[in-house]
Write a protein that binds this ligand. Sequence first.
Ligand code: UD1
Ligand code: UDP
Length: 373
Amino acid sequence: MNKLKVMTVFGTRPEAIKMAPLVKGIERDKDLESIVCVTAQHREMLDQVLDLFYITPDYDLNIMKSGQTIGEITSRVLLGFDEVLKEVKPDIVLVHGDTTTTFSASLSAFYNQVKVGHVEAGLRSGNKYSPYPEEMNRSLVGKIADLHFSPTIGNKENLLKEGMLEDTIFITGNTVIDALFEVVREDYEFETKKLQEIDFARENVILLTTHRRENLGRPMEDIFDAVNIITNKYPDIQFVFPVHLNPKVRQLADSKLGKNEAVHMIEPLEYAEFANLIGRVQIIMTDSGGVQEEAPAFGKPVLVLRTETERPEAVDAGTVEIVGVDTNRIVEAVSRLMDDKNHYDKMANAVNPYGDGKAVIRTIEAIKEYFGK
Ligand code: UD1
Ligand code: UDP
């Protein structure tokens, strides 16, 4: 019997982390042929993940340019992926999440009348400009997709409200939990020198990440002001801040935090380093989507540096607090965690609303069933 040609396409770090276990699952399945296309919307941060999971792409569009605009990413992916699709003619293209790679590759698949499976489908903030452009990307991909793989029941309900047919939606859990299970170890030893130097059992460490387009500029300055106030107020707190490679983030971080010795600014961490670091720190401050899903699994309080989230499940569970980008509010939220042990213990509540590590199996089963395999 002919194998089903399943093409995965992704371009940024979070897509790669969350697609890697699925690529491995497809490679292992005797009924499926795995073809991987990367857009390389991210270059270095994508390659870090490909190396870790031993994935060699069959096609690499290599589109990244410094300071790229959303329009440029969209058009380069659309042109490049069209050629790949015409050559490969896959049975289905799998895209992930909400990036511009995801949207543009889905559009290209639609133009070529190739089926689309959307992994991490149905998350909605309800605000088309936040996260920007991700909320709109994800909604548009939802319209295009033939199969929707939703992490949670809430995600499925969002899709049903928008008129997607029930038998096209599968609740799978999030593949990020599959990825976490692969790399997290209790006896993990860091390779990064800065992390080796910190005594995580004794010291108060806050992990910070920030990169969102809508936070670039003033909101990010306000976040960094809060960091400086916090380290003044609590001399025993250190920040570990792996700085995203976006030059706009790096310039702001250097100018606002470069002189603060309690803030360890380091290069983006390889995924195994980062995932294990989540498990060792006291508090996480982030505007990342993926980190909001991973940290609750470790029972770490997460302060989200955004005004809303399309991931309400861990907020409902009490582990994640949406604090926004106002300097005073961020300082207050950290102070409360530092000064009120009951409050800290309440938030430090290990929950796993996003998956059980079996999302890959469920996704592959659903694809095979759809094609009658
Ligand atoms: C992109 C996604 C966002 C996702 C984020 C994950 C869009 C519009 N944005 O945002 O949804 O949350 O990735 O991190 O799809 N750069 C490098 N090397 C790299 C990666 C980035 O130099 O490996 C620099 C380049 O100058 C690039 C800039 O960062 O132009 C911004 O990258 P881009 O993908 O446009 O935006 P992100 O903010 O990373
Ligand atoms: N991550 C990583 N190294 C880092 C920072 C983050 O491997 O230095 C991982 C993190 O564990 C998560 C993903 O990258 O799985 C999140 O990526 P990012 O915050 O860039 O994007 P988002 O999730 O907001 O789209």
